[in-house]
Every structure is written in structure tokens, then in C-alpha cells.
Design a protein around this ligand. Structure first.
Ligand code: NAP
Length: 311
């Protein structure tokens, strides 16, 4: 029997995904009709990007599951018209690899003080050596697919890494803390923090003035998670006093970041345009196909979103 899969994403994405998805479905032994224009009442699965324009799932009367192409699901998780399982993108080969590279690069930039030598217009001879990685405490807020992989890469380089999550985790080489009671401990004296939490009501403004004050003087904030994790006014105030020496931000409350936003002109803020980790069609297609195979075989789906937890 042929399975009808609707692809719903920004128009340019279809050209990128059609071939890898079709190949992955064949490889998974599935007979699929993959289109962008199936009639809703005939659709079995939706391969979905939250910015693709689809928000009302009511007409999808025979829908079995939705597979989100993004890791962050804050804009779909509370959709009351969606009454079938929702899976999100976890892809070690593409998305996670990209995030590990972005986080490691930006951590190393601040750790070894690259800017002092790259941006040295007065040609000052500055022979100070930075501390070595084991002397640099780094805290990662969020020890999920991405936070864990970044933490492991950083411990691999010798950094002293603490991770913090909602439930207890055990990751070799990482000091694992969890829950609101241990957040203060996780942040105290950290010299670099990396925020890889999902955007939920519990995580909104989690990096606020009180918590920034716990970090070591001159600490660096790196946010590739989601914009609302940061209390922007508190961060700018802490940058202005020098308590925070730099913020490298990939995600924002409003994207693209408005032209007149103070982050663009702040001398100690680096803005990157939500590029930390992109879903890569060739590897993501294999994840989607495996999940559809599982659904058709009545097996447990991978990377299911917990709709109540919000991520
Ligand atoms: P994940 O596997 O769901 O991990 C989320 C982590 O956050 C888990 O460790 C979870 O705790 C923790 N967490 C959630 N709510 C919490 C709370 N209230 N208190 C403490 N910890 C909490 O997600 P992921 O795949 O690693 O992705 C993380 C986020 O990265 C995504 O949600 C997305 O927003 C962002 N992202 C950004 C980009 C980019 O290009 N900038 C790309 C991809 C993803 P438990 O372990 O206890 O569940």
C-alpha cells in the first residue's frame, strides 16, 4: 500500500529534500507518494518545518504522525489541532555535528582570547598566555542531544564541564547537575556558559540578572539555544558593567534580529544569524524514513516530543 507523505516547509526546501527523502524511503522499504500538495484528508504523515505555513491539522483526518525537521518545537508543541504523535529532529550526523562545531569554535575563541590578536590595530605585543582548558570551568544549560554532544567535545579538549538538565543525567566526564535546586551550583563561578535548553515557559529568561551575577567576573555567555532563554536587558546591563565580558548569540526573540537592536552595535556582543546548527537534508532524510518505517511497523517512534513538558 502506498503511504501519502505531505512535505510542508518553505518553498525552496522542497528542491533540497525531495530527492534525499525519496531515496531514504526506498531504502527503508517504504512505498511513499511524497508531495507538497496531497489533499489533507488523504495524508498519512507530514514532514514539517514550523515556518512552512501549515498550522491547522484539523482537515488531516487520517494523519498518523508529524515529523518536525527542526530540533526546537516551541511553535508546534502547543498546537491544539495536532492530535497525533510529534517527532522532532535529532541527527547526530548533521544537526548535532554542526552544533558541536559552532559551540567548540566559539568556546575556543573566548578561551584562548583570539580577538586580542586578530583585532590588534595598534600592533601591541601581548605575550600573556591563557589558562589551559582544565582550568576553565564551562557550564552547559541543557544536557540533551545537543548539550551532551557539545559537553563531550569540550571534555575531549580537556575542559572542566558542568551540565545541567531537568532530570538526572549521567554523562562520563561531565559533572551532571539537575533541577532548579542545583542551578545555582551549576552557574557559580562558571567562566563560559552555553545555553542549549528548549524554549518553554520554565526556561523563559532563565539567564537573568541574578544568575548572571553568579558567574565568574568576566564570564562569557554563548547562546545557540533560543532567544527567550536570555533576559536581554539583564545581559546588556551585565555587559556594560564588565561582569560579562562577551556574549555570542545565535538566536533571538525576534529573527531576523531587528536592525536597531542594541546587540548589533554592542562592542562585546557577537551576533550570528541562527546558523549554529542547520538540519542537513541527506542525513535528516534517513531519520525521517526510519521513523516512518517504525510507525508503519507499529514500533515506538524515535525522538518523540513530550507535549506536556513542551520539548
Ligand atoms: P533536547 O534533547 O530536548 O534537550 C533539552 C535539554 O534541556 C535536556 O537536557 C532537558 O532536560 C533540558 N531542559 C528542558 N527544560 C528544562 C528545565 N526546565 N530545566 C532544566 N533543564 C531543562 O534538545 P536538543 O536537541 O539538545 O536541542 C536543544 C535546543 O537547541 C532546541 O530546543 C532548540 O531550541 C535549540 N537548537 C538551536 C539550533 C540553532 O541553530 N541555533 C539548532 C538546533 C536546536 P532533560 O534531559 O531532563 O530532559
Amino acid at each position: 500500500m502506498t503511504i501519502n507523505v505531505l512535505f510542508s516547509a518553505l518553498p525552496g526546501r522542497w528542491e533540497q529534500y525531495q530527492e534525499p527523502l525519496s531515496a531514504a524511503f526506498i531504502h527503508a522499504g517504504l512505498r511513499v507518494s511524497l508531495r507538497t500538495d496531497h489533499a489533507p484528508e488523504t495524508v498519512d504523515y507530514v514532514v514539517y518545518a514550523p515556518n512552512g505555513g501549515l498550522s491547522d491539522f484539523t482537515p488531516f483526518t487520517q494523519l498518523k504522525a508529524v515529523h518536525c525537521l527542526w530540533a526546537g518545537v516551541e511553535t508546534i508543541v502547543g498546537n491544539p489541532t495536532l492530535r497525533v504523535p510529534l517527532a522532532r529532529m535529532v541527527d547526530a550526523e548533521g544537526l548535532t555535528q554542526g552544533m558541536v562545531e559552532w559551540v567548540t569554535g566559539h568556546v575556543l575563541r573566548h578561551h584562548i582570547g583570539m580577538d586580542a590578536h586578530i583585532l590588534n590595530p595598534d600592533h601591541v605585543w601581548q605575550p600573556e598566555n591563557p589558562p589551559l582548558a582544565p582550568e576553565r570551568p564551562i557550564t552547559i544549560l541543557g544536557l540533551g542531544a545537543l548539550g551532551t554532544a557539545c559537553g563531550q567535545a569540550l571534555t575531549g579538549l580537556g575542559f572542566n564541564v558542568t551540565g545541567w538538565s531537568r532530570s538526572p543525567r549521567n554523562v562520563q566526564g561531565i559533572r551532571c547537575l539537575h533541577g532548579s535546586d542545583e542551578l545555582q551550583q551549576a552557574l557559580t563561578k562558571a567562566e563560559i556558559i552555553v545555553t542549549l535548553l528548549p524554549d518553554t515557559p520554565e526556561t523563559t529568561n532563565i539567564v537573568n540578572a541574578k544568575r548572571l551575577a553568579l558567574l565568574a567576573k568576566g564570564a562569557v555567555v554563548i547562546n545557540p539555544g533560543r532567544g527567550p532563554l536570555i533576559d536581554d536587558a539583564a545581559l546588556i546591563a551585565a555587559l556594560n558593567t564588565g561582569h560579562i565580558s562577551h556574549a555570542t548569540l545565535d538566536v533571538f526573540r525576534t529573527e531576523p534580529l531587528p536592525k536597531d537592536h542594541p546587540y548589533w552595535v554592542h562592542p562585546r556582543v557577537t551576533v550570528t544569524p541562527h546558523i549554529a546548527a542547520e538540519t542537513r537534508p541527506s542525513s535528516a532524510a534517513k531519520i525521517v524514513a526510519e521513523n516512518l518505517r517504525r510507525a508503519e511497523a507499529q514500533e515506538q517512534l524515535l525522538h518523540l516530543v513530550d507535549r506536556r513538558a513542551g520539548y
